[in-house]
Design a protein around this ligand. Structure first.
Ligand code: E4P
Length: 218
């Protein structure tokens, strides 16, 4: 499973990248706004900064909602850096745009996916990635992880090549569950990635090893 970080925060991206296990970055307009990045020119500069840090795929979301606007904006975003993936919402025009990008060799991430029916449409259109929003599904009292399982099953039966990108991840437990359910990629906030390191027995064990070493080497 690939690891993406879900943020527009450059310090978080650098910290995750330094671990050596980062495969990419996802952003969205809310994450950009959270970092105070406003204005299209600044947003584009910010994408370039992210692409300078990370070699892997970097999702940049279109703001346009009509087919022609998405194609224009997405084509421009894709020209900013080789590793830009155009993030397109799951709508009728979005699906048409994803098909257009597929035919023009531009990688896409179909975002705001909440059902297997939507996931089938994204795969049929040729999306590179499809993003089911696990945390938001859980928030609405459904089971986000069971959607990943169902999508993985359908994609395997049908031989779809679109990669399942588990998004809206809230914890390290979500990451483990997404891996078990068959996600190809997990995009996570830095806190969820760092949470994976934690186990009290690791801390206690290390403390004991060092204490024993010090006893014999003083
Ligand atoms: C990533 O591609 C999504 O935009 C993101 O994971 C959404 O996460 P949220 O539900 O925490 O906003």
């Amino acid at each position: 499973m690939k690891f993406f970080i879900d943020t527009a925060n450059l310090d978080h991206i650098k910290e995750a990248n330094e671990l050596g296990i980062l495969d990419g970055v996802t952003t969205n307009p809310s994450l950009m706004a959270k970092e105070g990045i406003t204005g299209q020119a600044n947003i584009e500069k910010h994408y370039q900064k992210i692409c300078d840090i990370v070699d892997g795929d970097v999702s940049a979301e279109v703001i346009a909602t009509d087919f022609a606007g998405m194609v224009k904006e997405g084509t421009h975003l894709a020209s900013l850096a080789e590793n830009i993936v155009v993030k397109v919402p799951m709508t009728k025009d979005g699906i048409k745009a994803i098909r257009h990008f597929y035919e023009n060799d531009i990688a896409t991430n179909c975002t705001l996916v909440f059902s297997s029916a939507q996931a089938i449409l994204a795969a049929k259109a040729g999306a590179t990635y499809v993003s089911p929003f696990i945390g938001r599904i859980d928030d609405s009292n459904w089971d986000g992880i069971s959607l990943i399982k169902e999508m993985a099953k359908i994609y395997a039966i049908q031989g779809f090549e679109t990669e399942i990108l588990a998004a809206s991840i809230r914890s390290s437990m979500h990451i483990v569950q997404a891996a078990k359910a068959g996600a190809d990629v997990c995009t996570c906030p830095l806190s969820a990635i760092m949470g994976m390191f934690k186990h009290p027995l690791t801390d206690l064990g290390l403390e004991q090893f060092l204490a024993d070493y010090r006893k014999g080497n003083n």
